[in-house]
Design a protein around this ligand. Structure first.
Ligand SMILES: Nc1ncnc2c1ncn2[C@@H]1O[C@H](COP(=O)(O)OP(=O)(O)O)[C@@H](O)[C@H]1O
Ligand SMILES: [Mg+2]
Length: 366
C-alpha cells in the first residue's frame, strides 16, 4: 500500500508549555520622506507549545509587520532589530537558505487572501503534495495521499475528488481551508494566521476557525492568531496581546484581557463588539483614529482618543507594567482606575462625541 510519511522524523516536539518562539526588543521601521515609519516598537513576547496567542488591534497597529519580521518576509527597505529566537537560534541572523528551510516546514503562515498562497494553474491536490515534497523526500503518490488526508482534516467534503480541483473552482472559504491544509502539511511547530477570516463572510468564518482548530490539534503547533476583531479570538486564544501604534499596550490571559482589561484602548475594542445580550443597543465606538507612526509626539499614542487622558499622558509614553497579576500587563498611567469599569462607563456616548469633536477641532488647527 502507500508509503508512510513520517512527518517529524528526527524532531522531538518537546513538551507542551515549553517556549517555542521568543521575540525580544523587536523594532521595525521603514524609511520615508517624512522620517522613519515606526511600524513596530520594542515588541517582546513568548509563544509556548500548544498555545494560541491572539494579536489584536486596529488596522495599522503593526500586527502584520511584527509577524512578517518573524518570518523574514519584509521588503529589504525594512530596518529590523531585536531578536527572534526559535529552536535556540535567532531567526534574524539566519541566511536566506536556512530561513527557507524553516518557512513552511517549522513555521507556516496563513494570510487573509488565500489566493496569495495558491497558484491558479495547479490543482489543489498538487499544491499540497508539492508543499509536502518541498521538505520531505517522498514519492508523488505518497505526497498526494497525504494531500487528500489533509483536505479531509480541514473538512473539505469528498477530499479525493476535490484534490483534482483548481483554486477558482472553490469558494473563498474552501480555498482558505486548502491554505490551512498546506500550512499543516509539514507538521510545523508554529502556525501564524494573519486575519484568516477577514475576507470571508460570517458563516464561513466559523468553518475557518474550525479548520484552524483541527490544524492545531493535528500538528500540536502553537498558533499566533492575528485579527482586528476581538470577537474572532474570543473563545480561541489562550493569551491575548493588544497592539497600538506599533507597541504592545496590553498582554494577558484571555480572561484578563476580556474580563478585567486595564488599558482604555482594550475596553474600547471590547465596547465595539456586537452584544449577544443586548443586540439592539448601539455599540460604543472608539472616537478618532490611530495616530501616524512617523514623527510621533511624546506621550501616550492613545492619549488623544482616551477618556482617561490627563496631563501626564502627554508627557511620557507609559511602559507595559504588571496590573492585576504578574502576567497581566498594561501600558497605561491610569490602569488602576479601570478596575470594575465597562466600556460604557469609559466610552459613554457623550464622552465619545465630545472626544470626536475635540479631535476634529485639533485637526483643524494649523
Ligand atoms: N512595506 C512598507 N513600507 C512602509 N510602511 C509600511 C510597510 N508595511 C507596513 N507599513 C506601515 O507599518 C505600519 C504597520 O502596518 P501593519 O503591520 O500592516 O498593520 P496591521 O497589520 O496591524 O494592520 C502601518 O503604518 C503601515 O502603513
Ligand atoms: Mg495586517
Amino acid at each position: 500500500m502507500s508509503e508512510q510519511i513520517d512527518l517529524a522524523p528526527q524532531r522531538r516536539k518537546g513538551t507542551k508549555g515549553d517556549v517555542v518562539l521568543e521575540v525580544s526588543g523587536l523594532d521595525v521601521s521603514f524609511p520615508s520622506g517624512d522620517g522613519p515609519v515606526r511600524a513596530v516598537r520594542g515588541v517582546d513576547y513568548t509563544l509556548r507549545r500548544g498555545e494560541v496567542l491572539g494579536i489584536v488591534g486596529e488596522s495599522g497597529s503593526g500586527k502584520s509587520v511584527t509577524s512578517m519580521a518573524v518570518m523574514r518576509l519584509l521588503p529589504t527597505t525594512a530596518r529590523v532589530s531585536g531578536e527572534v529566537r526559535f529552536d535556540g537560534r535567532d531567526l534574524l541572523g539566519l541566511s536566506e537558505t536556512e530561513m527557507t528551510r524553516i518557512r513552511g516546514s517549522r513555521i507556516s503562515m496563513i494570510f487573509q487572501d488565500p489566493m496569495t498562497s495558491l497558484n491558479p494553474v495547479y490543482t489543489i491536490g498538487a499544491q499540497i503534495a508539492e508543499a509536502v515534497r518541498a521538505h520531505h523526500d517522498v514519492s508523488k503518490q505518497a505526497a498526494l495521499d497525504r494531500a487528500v488526508e489533509l483536505l479531509d482534516k480541514v473538512r473539505i467534503p469528498n477530499a479525493r475528488d476535490r484534490a483534482g480541483s483548481f483554486p477558482h473552482e472553490l469558494s473563498g472559504g474552501m480555498r482558505q481551508r486548502v491554505v490551512i491544509a498546506i500550512a499543516m502539511a509539514n507538521d510545523p511547530d508554529v502556525i501564524i494566521a494573519d486575519e484568516p477570516t477577514t475576507a470571508l463572510d460570517v458563516t464561513v468564518q466559523a468553518q475557518i476557525m474550525d479548520a484552524l482548530s483541527a490544524a492545531k490539534e493535528e500538528t500540536g503547533a502553537a498558533m499566533v492568531l492575528i485579527t482586528h476583531d476581538l470577537g474572532v479570538i474570543a473563545g480561541q486564544a489562550d493569551r491575548v496581546m493588544v497592539m497600538y501604534a506599533g507597541k504592545l499596550v496590553e498582554v494577558g490571559s484571555a480572561e484578563d484581557v476580556f474580563y478585567t482589561p486595564r488599558m482604555p484602548y482594550t475596553l474600547g475594542l471590547l465596547g465595539s463588539l456586537p452584544r449577544m445580550d443586548r443586540p439592539s443597543e448601539r455599540l460604543t465606538p472608539i472616537p478618532g483614529s490611530p495616530p501616524s507612526v512617523v514623527n510621533m509626539p511624546p506621550g501616550c499614542p492613545f492619549g488623544p482618543r482616551c477618556p482617561k487622558h490627563t496631563a501626564v499622558c502627554d508627557e511620557t509614553e507609559p511602559e507595559l507594567r504588571a496590573t492585576t497579576g504578574p502576567d497581566h500587563l498594561a501600558a497605561c498611567h491610569h490602569a488602576e482606575t479601570l478596575a470594575g469599569a465597562s466600556a460604557d462607563d469609559v466610552f459613554d456616548t457623550e464622552v465619545a462625541d465630545a472626544q470626536a469633536l475635540h479631535q476634529l477641532a485639533e485637526e483643524g488647527r494649523p
